[in-house]
Ligand binder design. Sequence first.
Ligand code: ZN
Length: 120
Amino acid sequence: MPTTISKSYTFEAAHLLPNVPEGHKCRRLHGHSYEVWIEVSGELDPVFGWIKDFGDLSKIMKPIIDGELDHRYLNEIPGLENPTAEIIAQWLWKRVKPHLPGLSLVRISETCTSSCSFSE
Ligand SMILES: [Zn+2]
């Protein structure tokens, strides 16, 4: 029976959206406390009774979150020249999926009330 697990990570980063009209507030340099949720779906391992060790998720996610995104200017990262939540979610998917084949969803929040989900 397929089951899904989730784990969240946070990072702080600056960005601006270069393609929005002059005067749009997102065109000004600003920062967010981003929250990332990943979901992994699959069958339970018959011995361990889990899909995957949560610690294994962090071994994949921490180097990306802490090493590549935290306290960065996102626009400088290849692929994130226009770092909307949608594009960051897709970027994370492409970064994580090769290391985590069971990845079924990436969700990223910029604020308490705004988030984007991506899956293929
Ligand atoms: Zn923003």
